[in-house]
Design a protein around this ligand. Structure first.
Ligand SMILES: Cc1ncc(C[n+]2csc(CCOP(=O)(O)OP(=O)(O)O)c2C)c(N)n1
Ligand code: SF4
Ligand SMILES: [Mg+2]
Length: 311
């Protein structure tokens, strides 16, 4: 895949530029859905015209959080549930950077749930990928906010008594201006949705279904998916909040009944991002605050070159 850099100079971009070259192969288990996110992201960024040195990937803690180690760009592997506050600060300081935040369902819908609500409410301009494997993967299979009711695990040996969270509905209600669901088993759609989310000016929430064959063999993400945009069975307007809300509710219920509906659910291209609102109020300078601290002599180096220099 090649494209032209959208922010910096015009040049060809190859997706291999997003492969670090110094890390060992990913330590994810064979068959893990997280590989699908990594692949789709490496394909989407060049297609959207972004280079590694124009991109910041902020991750939380979990198997999902390891994404940062296998991806070449600026990176920040922060603490559990805190990818969004770091990501929004970075975006406000430097609006020219393409900011992507990522983490698990436990990370984003559990411990970081409040950050999710308010980052969506304020419509911060970034992509937020939630790896939804319906489980705490890294800590070996505890029940998460998206585990189905009745799900048995070490923490809920008699079966969970809780209804799962409805992530798409939550994103919409909180104020996200782009809400989609895709799946690791659907790499083409995942790449297309990521490109749209990157190009979207506002908070783009992607609930990314990622199977965990090690700790959650029952998860529904294995079953064939339906793309709601491609199917004749679904007809709704992604720009209409009420129609989107109804479709999301149906989608979230269907997931636990064995039907995986994916696609775009809500798109609002008109709503200004938080940064735009603040600049319009005169509360933020037009020039990036981060520029005040730029080192004129600094040159982007690939992590492999950096390592060579420090060995
Ligand atoms: C404050 C805090 N609490 C708990 C943990 C332990 N912990 C690490 S990862 C994790 C769950 C990860 O689940 P999820 O976010 O769904 O990511 P996954 O591993 O499934 O990708 C937990 C509870 C932690 N690192 N920090
Ligand atoms: S434990 Fe599950 S989520 Fe973690 S790497 Fe293995 S398959 Fe993937
Ligand atoms: Mg998880």
């Amino acid at each position: 895949m090649s494209a032209f850099s959208a922010i910096g100079e015009e040049r060809e971009i190859d997706r291999d530029e997003f492969t670090p070259g110094i890390e060992p192969q990913p330590t994810w288990c064979p068959g893990c859905g997280d590989f699908g996110v990594l692949k789709a992201l490496k394909q989407a960024l060049p297609e959207a015209g972004r280079t590694p040195d124009e991109t910041l990937l902020v991750t939380g803690i979990g198997c999902s959080g390891k994404l940062n180690s296998y991806f070449e760009s600026y990176g920040f592997h922060t603490i559990h549930g805190r990818s969004l506050p770091v990501a929004r600060a970075a975006k406000l300081a430097n609006p020219n950077v393409e900011v992507i935040a990522a983490g698990g369902d436990g990370d984003g819908y559990g411990i970081g749930g409040n950050h999710f609500i308010h980052t969506a409410r304020e419509n911060h301009d970034m992509v937020y990928i939630v790896f939804n494997n319906e489980i705490f993967g890294l800590t070996k299979g505890q029940t998460s906010p998206t585990s189905p009711k009745g799900h048995k695990s070490k923490t809920q040996p008699s079966g969970s008594a809780k209804d799962p969270i409805r992530p798409l509905s939550l994103g919409l209600t909180a104020g996200a201006s782009y809400v989609a669901r895709t799946a690791a088993v659907n790499p083409n759609q995942a790449k297309e949705i990521l490109v749209e989310a990157i190009e979207h000016d506002g908070f783009a929430h992607i609930d990314f279904l990622t199977q965990c064959p090690t700790w959650n063999k029952d998860a529904r993400q294995y079953v064939p998916y339906i793309d709601v945009q491609d199917s004749d069975d679904y007809d709704f307007d992604v720009t209409d909040r009420r129609e989107a809300a109804d479709m999301m509710y149906e989608t979230e219920s269907a997931l636990y009944e064995g039907e995986v509906l994916t696609g775009r659910f809500y798109v609002d291209e008109d709503r200004p991002s938080y940064g735009q609102e603040k600049r319009a109020l005169g509360e933020m300078p037009e020039e990036p605050v981060a520029e005040r601290y730029f080192d004129e002599d600094y040159k982007w180096e690939r992590s492999a070159d950096l390592l060579d220099r420090h060995m």
